[in-house]
Design a protein around this ligand. Structure first.
Ligand SMILES: C[S@@+](CC[C@H](N)C(=O)[O-])C[C@H]1O[C@@H](n2cnc3c(N)ncnc32)[C@H](O)[C@@H]1O
Length: 184
């Protein structure tokens, strides 16, 4: 990860601690970085970007030539996320698309080897189903907040734990994150 990206994440870490902003944060971020180092994805999609914390973390740790497309429905947050990624030195690696992911995802093209799902909790399964036809074998799919919003994400958990994925839960005490690998 470049010094600029590290500096931006440190700055954001201070802000989110102060104001309790719901970003992936340091502990989950550490696990995501380890997974990215192992899988080295190059074509990622993020659903729900807020102001770009996870986008910077992911794009800065993807494989060589990696590119992350983010979908964020709030136009102000989308432009903030794009600008923060730019300032983190990731201009060419992050593209933020404005819109409701349920409408945008079916129109994105190309293979996908990494997904972070972190938008409306009740819609996690629909986001995944919109992307599934484009997932390559061994694609890494991460869903955040599966502890805090257990009831809302249950259809998603049932799907990834009973079929085309190898799936495991990371329990952080304060919340969980589901990490699944698409078997193809
Ligand atoms: C928990 S925040 C994302 C945090 C971000 N992943 C991070 O860790 O830095 C959830 C974001 O999802 C966005 N969102 C909610 N519903 C959405 C939808 N249907 N399509 C796209 N974005 C959505 C919200 O505007 C908000 O910015």
């Amino acid at each position: 990860m470049t010094k600029r990206a590290q500096k931006m994440l440190r700055l954001m870490d201070r802000a989110v601690t102060e104001w309790q902003i719901p970003v992936i944060g340091k502990e989950k971020g550490r696990v995501i970085r380890r997974l990215l180092a192992r899988h080295k994805p190059t074509r990622g999609i993020e659903v729900g970007s807020l102001f770009g914390y996870s986008a910077i973390l992911i794009a800065a740790n993807m494989g060589r030539g990696g590119h992350l497309t983010c979908v964020e429905q709030n136009p102000f947050l989308a432009s903030l996320a794009q600008s923060n990624a730019h300032h983190a030195g990731l201009k060419g690696r992050v593209k933020v698309v404005v819109g409701d992911a349920l409408r945008v995802l079916p129109f994105l093209r190309g293979p996908v080897d990494f997904v972070l799902i972190d938008a409306k909790k009740e819609d996690y399964l629909d986001y995944l189903k919109a992307l599934e036809p484009r997932l390559v074998k061994n694609a890494l799919v991460i869903a955040d907040n599966t502890g805090v919003y257990r009831r809302e994400v249950m259809p998603y958990l049932t799907h990834v734990r009973n079929g085309a994925y190898a799936s495991r839960e990371f329990d952080f005490g304060f919340d969980c994150m589901e990490v699944s690998t698409y078997r193809g």
